[in-house]
Write a protein that binds this ligand. Structure first.
Ligand code: ADP
Length: 231
């Protein structure tokens, strides 16, 4: 599903180049649930952005779902992201002036009337039916992240890229969001989850450990059970 071949990413800054990733080789299979861990600044978000076509590698090759992202132009990358990928971020990134329903429906690449029905269906599944007309500011952090999950799923992605999705949530809300990721995985989706948190990493079947832009560890969970028992 995700194939990194000798991938490096260097940012140019006023203080000189910053080597965020150096010579990363990584293969993520279809239907894997992977946690990416490592200290702050080790390149986790950069890796996730490259996997999602939100940035381009300085060198090496990135291919995702059979598409060579290193060869794709901006328009092709945008199409690829919309069709294939659901993003979930720590800060939610909901549009403040849109209602919950519109935040989800607006992300759809399909026809708007169908999109609104599909958005309402997802939001109902995530227990947000009585919030459809609310603005994000009126919701709790946990509710906002459930809206972001609905938005991530609106186009039926094959891959969810989640960057610290539970970083701003209380443990109860975190469990709900992680269970939604686990549901997506159980239904056949691939998940790449950047996290600092033990609770979140425990949902993954495999953990990649980054350090200073290189892969330092790659471990498959020893137990066959791919997610913890639900509380
Ligand atoms: P992590 O997610 O593990 O905290 P990042 O991928 O965000 O790590 O960052 C890796 C390194 O790249 C850090 O040193 C960070 O400061 C730098 N970096 C990230 N994004 C940019 C950017 N847009 N411009 C310049 N440097 C950046």
């Amino acid at each position: 599903m995700i194939h990194f071949e000798d991938v490096s990413k260097t940012y140019s800054t006023a203080d000189g180049p910053v080597h965020a990733l150096s010579g990363v080789n990584m293969d993520v299979g279809q239907r894997e649930f992977i946690a990416v861990r490592g200290p702050s600044g080790c390149g986790k978000s950069t890796l996730l952005m490259l996997a999602g076509g939100l940035g381009t590698a300085t060198s090496g090759r990135v291919s995702v779902a059979g598409e060579d992202l290193t060869a794709a132009g901006p328009a092709a990358l945008a199409r690829f992201r919309a069709k294939r990928i659901g993003f979930v971020f720590q800060m939610f990134h909901l549009l403040p002036y849109l209602t919950v329903l519109d935040n989800v429906a607006a992300a759809s690449t399909g026809e708007q009337s169908t999109a609104r029905a599909r958005a309402a269906e997802l939001l109902e599944k995530f227990h947000l039916t009585d919030r459809l007309r609310h603005r994000p500011a009126e919701l709790s952090a946990g509710e906002r992240q459930r809206v972001a999950m609905a938005r991530a799923l609106i186009n039926g992605p094959t891959l969810i890229l989640a960057d610290e999705p539970t970083g701003n949530l209380d443990p109860g809300s975190a469990t709900i969001v992680l269970d939604l990721l686990a549901d997506f995985h159980r239904e056949g989706g691939t998940v790449l989850l950047v996290t600092h948190e033990e609770q979140a990493a425990a949902y993954a079947g495999r953990t990649i450990l980054l350090r200073q832009g290189t892969i330092e560890g790659d471990a498959t969970a020893s137990s066959k059970q791919e997610e913890p028992e639900r509380a």
